[in-house]
Write a protein that binds this ligand. Structure first.
Ligand SMILES: [Zn+2]
Length: 268
């Protein structure tokens, strides 16, 4: 082998080694957590600002927008957005039977009912949501195609670890084995997030194991909840215990998990 060719071979090898190391380094840094919140608890979410700041957490708020946003709601959402959080969309009327509606009325009526008015209110208030959370987790390919056609980058569905019907447990799955709640950075644009509301019956151990899996597999654990509550839900309330959320933020910090907003995920 001439010294010229030998030199070239060494250069190629060096490029290859450097490139592989960089790739490995990049992958390792991706382990993270993507938390979102649904419906219209703008005051209550805003009150969590100090908690998010304490842990440098960035999250996504999926807003149901059945009417124009009030001045103080706009200000609060603007502040949350300026903090680095994402403002997503969660429907105009929050129809949890989108699939039935689109079958009966067609895609145009579905868009006119659930998407166009609310997105108009959001835009008028200065927001341009690029992520969507399905009301009631109800959707199919037809619903998704209308949402993608309206410019959403990522669609979020619901995953539940413990399902109870009239006091009878129907099923129970440990979050660490729910493959579908971990984003693998494979550009997927339809995803599932695990419900962390109190009635989901999750324990601190469940969450610790789930975050460990995200750390071990370089994936992003996707979680979501509704109203922040101090303690357990009272009649008619649905939401998560703020202390439970803080435990999640502490564990995420301990594992150096990165925070992702929902629209960031498919671009990484
Ligand atoms: Zn909802």
């Amino acid at each position: 082998m001439s010294s010229k060719i030998k030199g070239l071979a060494i250069v190629i090898l060096l490029i290859f080694v450097t490139f592989s190391c960089q790739q490995k380094g990049e992958t390792l840094e991706k382990a993270g957590i993507a938390i979102s919140f649904d419906d219209h608890f703008i005051d209550e979410w805003y009150a969590l600002r100090p908690l998010f700041q304490k842990y440098d957490a960035k999250v996504t708020f999926f807003i149901t927008c059945g009417d124009s946003l009030k001045e103080d709601e706009i200000e609060k959402l603007k502040q949350l957005e300026a903090d680095g959080h994402e403002i997503g969309f969660h429907g105009t009327v929050h129809n949890g039977r989108s699939t039935d509606f689109i079958e009966a009325e067609g895609p145009q009526k579905y868009a006119e009912m659930e998407l166009i008015p609310g997105m108009g209110y959001m835009r008028a208030a200065g927001f341009a949501p690029t992520s969507y959370a399905h009301p009631g987790g109800n959707h199919n390919d037809r619903v998704d195609s209308v949402l993608f056609a309206h410019g959403f980058e990522i669609l979020r569905d619901v995953a539940i670890a413990n399902r109870v019907y009239k006091g009878i447990p129907l099923y129970s799955i440990a979050p660490r084995v729910m493959d579908w709640i971990y984003y693998a950075f494979d550009k997927t644009r339809t995803v599932d997030a695990l419900l962390i509301d109190t009635d989901s019956g999750l324990t601190h151990d469940d969450m610790r194991d789930a975050m460990q899996r995200a750390a071990d597999t370089n994936t992003a654990l996707m979680l979501f909840g509704h109203e922040p509550l101090h303690g357990g839900p009272k009649a008619g309330e649905y939401g998560f215990d703020i202390a439970f959320l803080e435990k999640i933020l502490i564990e995420a910090h301990a594992r150096q998990l990165q925070y992702y907003t929902m629209s960031e995920l498919p671009g990484l």
